[in-house]
Design a protein around this ligand. Structure first.
Ligand SMILES: CC(C)(COP(=O)(O)OP(=O)(O)OC[C@H]1O[C@@H](n2cnc3c(N)ncnc32)[C@H](O)[C@@H]1OP(=O)(O)O)[C@@H](O)C(=O)NCCC(=O)NCCS
Length: 155
């Protein structure tokens, strides 16, 4: 399997995987996520593609894109409470259902870690939805630790 940056002609396939992530979110948190995969969400891949602060990474096995991840450079300036923060954020992450539990996502994370170190970053971040226990188990398996929480009460 090869892990590399995406090519423009791969965006349609990447959108198939983005739909899988959206479906997981719609099922787990229907009060927040919009069902289906509308034109706006489909076309948002072009915004990502054209943003110099974002990169799309793909895993390819036998010429099939079996996983992807979006990495987003974030710089939050210093404010009265916090120091400046400069890090890479993992924005979307999916391995095709047919390719899960074979180490594809682990390889994608290794690629991102190497890239981040090469670029001089000292921190990778991501946020995830609490219902998504499989994703949590995966992120913990590759070394991520929870450092902040969002909480809610449904009224
Ligand atoms: C989460 C996801 C990316 C993991 O991809 P993957 O390629 O299957 O992960 P890996 O094979 O590299 O898993 C490595 C380890 O993580 C853990 N893990 C991965 N998926 C898991 C799951 N569903 N339940 C429990 N542990 C899991 C296991 O420890 C696994 O090792 P093992 O298979 O030897 O037991 C994939 O399940 C996915 O795309 N899910 C749907 C989309 C999604 O939820 N994305 C995250 C949005 S925030």
């Amino acid at each position: 399997m090869e892990v590399r940056f995406a090519k423009e002609n791969e965006l349609v396939r990447i959108n198939e995987l983005r739909k899988q992530v959206n479906d997981v979110h719609v099922e787990g948190k229907p009060d927040v996520f919009k069902p289906g995969f509308g034109d706006e969400l489909r076309d948002f891949i072009n915004v990502i593609w054209n943003d110099p602060e974002q990169e799309i990474v793909v895993a390819v096995a036998d010429d099939v894109i079996c996983g992807f991840v979006i990495i987003h450079h974030i710089n939050k300036p210093e404010n009265p409470f916090m120091k400046e923060r400069d890090f890479l954020d993992i924005d979307e992450f999916c391995v095709d259902e047919a390719f899960r539990r074979r180490g594809v996502a682990t390889d994608l994370i290794s690629f991102i870690k190497d890239y981040a170190k090469e670029k001089g970053f000292h921190r990778l971040e991501l946020n995830m939805w609490e219902f998504n226990r499989g994703a949590l188990a995966f992120y913990e398996s590759v070394g991520f630790e929870t450092f902040r929480r969002y909480m809610e009460i449904m009224l």
